[in-house]
Design a protein around this ligand. Structure first.
Ligand code: UD1
Ligand code: UDP
Length: 360
C-alpha cells in the first residue's frame, strides 16, 4: 500500500514523525513524503529531519513564501503531478496550514481517499487563516483523526460523523519519544538560564505579528516582566519586530528558532510559558508547565478547562498579572490520548485503505 504524506510547515514535520514510524511498522506500507517547501530555513525545516525519525522527502516542491493565494496556488499543480505519478492508495495531511489545504484540495479533486490528522479543531474565528484551512480539510477528508472527544463533537455539529475516530494526539506521542533525548541536552546552560528560573515565550500567529498594536503590546509585556525571558523568534516575527522598531529589554533573550529537542528542553525547564502557538500550548500541558496564551480563544479548550492554560490576549497588564499569579497545581489529566495515537491511526488507515487502491 503506497501512501502520500503532505507536509510543509514546522509543526507538520513533528506530527509526521510518529505516524511515519507507525506506518513503516505495518507490513507492505510505503510512505512517500512530499515537502511543499512552505518552511525552508534550516531552523524551520531541515533540523527536524535531522533530529526526528522522518524519511527524507521523496519530493520537495520548493514553493516557499508568498500570499495565501500565491503559496497555496503554487502547491496545487505541483502536488497534482506527484499524486498522478505515484497513484497512492490515499493521502495524509496534518493540521491547518496552507500545505494542509493544498493537500486536501488536490487529493479530493483526484478522488483519492484523504486522511486528516488533527481533525475537528475549531477556534470559531474565521479571521484566522488556519480556521479556513481546517474547515475545508475536514469537509473533504474521508478519514478524520481527532485528538480528543471535543474535536469529534465539533465535527458532529457540522454534520461530519462518517470516518471520524478519536485517537489522541500524535504530538503527545512525539513529546514522549523526545522526552529522554531532550534531557541530556545542554540547552539551558548554553543560554545561561536555570530550570524554573525563566519564562519561555513564542509568538508567530498572524493576528499578533501582523498587527503592530498587538505586537507592540506583547513586546511591552515581555519588557515589563521582572525575570529572564527566553524568546525563540519565528522568522515571521523577526521581520515584524524589525519593522515595529520597539526594542526588547535586556532580560528578554531573543534566540533563533530551536530544534525540537532543544525546544522541549526549554519548555520543560520554564517556570511558565507565554505563547500563541497551538502546539506549544499542548506541550506545556503535557510537561505540566503553566501556560498563558496570547490569544482571545483557543482550539485546545481542554487545556483551559483543566486549569493549565489561561487566555489573556495581548493587554500588557493582563499578561503581567497572569505571569505573576497563574499557578496551577496537581497533574494535568490525560485528555489527548495515551501516547499511542500514531499506532491507532496507522491501524485504521491500514484497514481502510489496505485493499482500496483507486486510479486517479
Ligand atoms: C504557518 C501556518 C501556521 C502555523 C505556522 C507554524 C499557514 C497559513 N500558516 O505560519 O498555521 O502555525 O506555519 O510555524 O499555513 N519565513 C521564513 N523562513 C521560513 C518560513 C517562513 O523566513 O522557513 C517567513 C517568510 O517571511 C514568510 C513568513 O515567515 O512570509 C510566514 O511564513 P508562512 O509559512 O507563510 O506562515 P507562518 O507564519 O510560518
Ligand atoms: N517548536 C520548535 N522550535 C521553536 C518553536 C516551536 O521546535 O523554536 C516546536 C514546538 O515545540 C511545537 C511546534 O514547533 O512542537 C509548534 O509549532 P508552531 O508554534 O510553529 O506552530 P503551531 O503549533 O502554532 O501551528
Amino acid at each position: 500500500m503506497k501512501l502520500v504524506t503532505v507536509v510543509g510547515a514546522r509543526p507538520q514535520f513533528i506530527k509526521a514523525a510518529p505516524l511515519g514510524r507507525a506506518l513503516r511498522a505495518l507490513p507492505g506500507v510505503q510512505e512517500v513524503l512530499v515537502h511543499t517547501g512552505q518552511h525552508y530555513d534550516d531552523t524551520m525545516s531541515a533540523v527536524f529531519f535531522r533530529e526526528l525519525d522522518l524519511s527524507p522527502p521523496a519530493y520537495h516542491l520548493g514553493v516557499g513564501s508568498g500570499s495565501h493565494a500565491a503559496q497555496t496556488g503554487a502547491m496545487l499543480p505541483a502536488l497534482e503531478a506527484v499524486l498522478l505519478a505515484e497513484q497512492p492508495a490515499g493521502v495524509i495531511i496534518y493540521g491547518d496550514t496552507n500545505s494542509t489545504l493544498a493537500g486536501a484540495l488536490v487529493a479530493a479533486k483526484l478522488g483519492l481517499p484523504l486522511a486528516h490528522v488533527e481533525a475537528g479543531l475549531r477556534s470559531y474565528n474565521r479571521a484566522m487563516p488556519e480556521e479556513i484551512n481546517r474547515v475545508v480539510a475536514d469537509s473533504l477528508a474521508t478519514l478524520l483523526f481527532c485528538p480528543s472527544p471535543v474535536s469529534a463533537v465539533n465535527l458532529a455539529r457540522e454534520g461530519i460523523t462518517s470516518g471520524v475516530s478519536v485517537v489522541g494526539d500524535v504530538m503527545y506521542d512525539a513529546v514522549l519519544a523526545a522526552a529522554a533525548r531532550s534531557r541530556d541536552r545542554p540547552t539551558l546552560a548554553r543560554l545561561g538560564v536555570q530550570a524554573g528560573g525563566y519564562v519561555l515565550a513564542t509568538v508567530h500567529r498572524a493576528g499578533n505579528t501582523d498587527n503592530p498594536a498587538r505586537l507592540g503590546a506583547i513586546v511591552q509585556a515581555l519588557n515589563d516582566l521582572r525575570e529572564p525571558v527566553v524568546f525563540p523568534v519565528h522568522p515571521r516575527t523577526a521581520k515584524a519586530l524589525a519593522a515595529l522598531g520597539h526594542p526588547l529589554a535586556a532580560h528578554v533573550q531573543p534566540i533563533a528558532p530551536q530544534g525540537y529537542l532543544d525546544m522541549i528542553a526549554l519548555e520543560r525547564g520554564a517556570r511558565l510559558i507565554l505563547t500563541d502557538s497551538g502546539g506549544v500550548q499542548k506541550e506545556a500541558y503535557w510537561l505540566a508547565v503553566p501556560c498563558v496564551t496570547l490569544r482571545e480563544e483557543t482550539e485546545w479548550v481542554e487545556t483551559v478547562q483543566q486549569g493549565w492554560n489561561r487566555l489573556v490576549g495581548t493587554d500588557p497588564a493582563a499578561i503581567r498579572t497572569a505571569v505573576a499569579t497563574f499557578q496551577p497545581t496537581g497533574t494535568p489529566p490525560p485528555v489527548f490520548g495515551d501516547g499511542h495515537a500514531a499506532q491507532q491511526i496507522a491501524a485504521v488507515i491500514g484497514q481502510a485503505w489496505g485493499g482500496s487502491k483507486q486510479p486517479c
